[in-house]
Design a protein around this ligand. Sequence first.
Ligand code: DAH
Length: 370
Amino acid sequence: MTDLNRLQAELTVRAAAAKDSAELEALRVEALGKAGSVSELLKGLGKMSPDERREQGPLINGLRDAVAAAIAARKAELEAAELDARLAAEHVDLTLPAPPQRRGHVHPTMQTMDEMIAIFAEMGFALAEGPDIEDDFHNFTALNFPPKHPAREMHDTFWLPQDASGERKLLRTHTSPVQIRVMQRGANHDVPSWVASGQAPPIRVIVPGRVYRSDSDATHTPMFHQMEGLVIDRAIHMGHLKWTLETFCRRFFETEAVVTRFRPHHFPFTEPSAEMDVQCDRSGGSIKIGEGSDWLEILGGGMVHPNILRTCGLDPDEWQGFAFGLGVDRLGALKYGMPDLRDMFAGDVRWIEHYGFSAFAAPSPATGLS
Ligand code: DAH
């Protein structure tokens, strides 16, 4: 037996006998690695005379191929054996209880908003949105709040620091500034590009969104949600406003028995202005809508003030409209019986698990109470 034959026999026997992939890998390095015994033989070919090389070359290459094949064959065997062992050891037990999983919930505010949007969408309203960070013009001036007017103070505004141009932006105190944004582009085509949206009348939009006021108690949170409504068309009057809001209330509270009352009020951006109350029963500790003889204020509204139409480039003799604003969280709390508004935004998972809604129900005006 030649030395090469002996080496080949030894290496292939050891490969076939390797008990695991670590041992096999060590053998591969020992034989075929950079400084391996077979690699050294291959390197030696370079130093041989042409005749020697012609004789030894095929033998040494044959040795290398035989060893590599033996290692590959054992490798495949070991892998198959390892797979068999895993298949034997691991199996899926379908009778095991499923691991507990926490299911998320839809926040009551978002549920309420979806219900409101569905109701107004059925009445033909489109959605409009505006920025949370507003300027004084849209939040106050264009809405007919005169400079230094006490009504501005009543809004407990969060002001941002002065920017480079000396302007102080604010966190919008209501969704009403979006009325301006919606009306302005339609009437005036060279408004700056930061005006988010705009259309020519007729307009019929609702504006859901976050608003901010520096205020915190059981019925006020520094951030809350409003939904604004705006209708601009020809020959619009208070009757349209009343019908719209009453229809909304019946759908939202899911009872035909809703009784409403309009009380004269003042908002700078509507004339005449009103607050709307719903009749309710407070006797049992909770508020029930559609029964009783108490009144609960739920929203504000009125006819869009001519000054606002003019500011937006609309002629008040041609276009009229109504607007309203309601508190989404507050109406949700009323419908679903949540006593303290502050809990809604405290981020307590137990609260959302108790009051939250399934994410799998399609939003509809009636998902809540059914
Ligand atoms: N913006 C008012 C507020 O936050 C609510 C409101 C009242 C909106 C009357 C309106 C409206 O559009 O017509 O208190």
